[in-house]
Design a protein around this ligand. Structure first.
Ligand code: ADP
Length: 307
């Protein structure tokens, strides 16, 4: 668990981070979101002490990070940034093995860990022998994530990691990170200016503005109960209603009565997917199937949009 208590960072008279308090539960995926200059990176870098705090405290599982030795602290936290910083003259396998080597793991354990991480990141085993310049930008980022995970850190700190990639690769990697979060149970702190990425991936979102924490909540809480007009505009924009539909599932709106004909939609589908099917089929009601494929009822537009 990571706890921020009245954390402040000043540069001269300017407060880059101002009196920020919140906690991130163990295993949570927390996005730090805000416009450029909101203080996101500064806040993240105070967690692994790349930036010294001016006031307040950050605790990792109850331990004040300023009492921990910086190198030991950073080994407990993988760190991934946009400019990946892979070592160009080292192979992919050597890059991934950086921290295990520093920790003097036996060679066999390092080799097994590299193999497991290549597989986790969906990289071909043979890629371990290539050099960074022989990989695409997306593959390099995957190696960066694998390297950050190598010594099995408790926490993964990610600072706009996919910002420089093309939209399709970025989307692929977001899905990948969400999958890895589920598979590993790591606590993730993810900095982004892209609220839609945060709504898609995170289970907690901290909205920062001018260094201050404006609101902390789940995606649904932020969309349903924005703290003020700034959050409402920032989170929802002109499509707040559609974003709300994306947070809700068909399962919550199933009517038991007889279903109309046609291909059924899954109970696990989002209401956005249901709405999309309704538009395509020119109907306002769809049959719904359960996990075993049986018809479980129907979902109607009127129920989906009821307050
Ligand atoms: P974000 O990550 O949200 O874009 P940053 O945390 O990078 O924002 O920056 C927050 C504020 O702190 C900005 O106004 C930035 O100019 C200022 N800042 C960041 N680093 C420094 C520094 N080393 N010296 C002076 N000001 C800084």
């Amino acid at each position: 668990m990571i706890e921020f208590e009245r954390v402040t960072k000043t540069y001269g008279a300017r407060r880059a981070v101002a009196d920020v308090s919140f906690r991130v539960e163990r295993g949570a995926f927390c996005a730090l979101v805000g416009s450029s200059g909101a203080g996101k990176s500064t806040l993240l870098r105070m967690v692994n002490r790349l930036v010294p705090m001016s006031e307040g405290a950050i605790r990792l599982d109850g331990e004040d990070v300023t009492r921990l030795e910086p190198v030991a602290l950073r080994r407990r936290m993988g760190y991934v940034v946009q400019s990946i910083g892979l070592f160009p003259h080292w192979t992919v396998a050597q890059n991934i093995a950086t921290v295990p080597r520093l920790l003097h793991w036996p060679e066999a354990r390092i080799a097994a860990r590299v193999r497991a991480l290549l597989e986790l990141m969906r990289l071909e085993p043979a890629m371990g022998g290539l050099y960074p310049h022989q990989l695409s930008g997306g593959q390099q980022q995957r190696v960066g994530v694998a390297r950050a995970l190598a010594a099995d850190p408790e926490v993964l700190l990610m600072d706009e990691p996919f910002g420089a990639l093309d939209p399709i690769t970025r989307e692929e990697l977001r899905i990948e990170i969400a999958r890895i979060h589920k598979a590993t149970g790591k606590t993730i702190l993810f900095v982004t200016h892209d609220i839609d990425a945060a709504l898609q991936m995170a289970d907690a979102i901290a909205i920062l503005r001018g260094g201050a924490l404006v609101q902390l909540g789940t995606p649904a809480e932020l969309l349903e109960h924005p703290a003020d007009d700034f959050v409402r505009d920032f989170v929802g924009g002109t499509t707040l209603g559609l974003k709300l539909l994306a947070q809700r599932r068909v399962a919550e709106h199933v009517r038991k009565e007889a279903a109309p004909p046609g291909a059924p939609i899954s109970r696990d589908a989002t209401l956005t997917e249901a709405l999309s099917q309704m538009v395509l089929r020119g109907t306002d009601i769809l049959p719904v199937r359960d996990a075993s494929g049986r018809i479980a009822g129907s979902v109607a537009l009127a129920d989906m949009i009821a307050p």
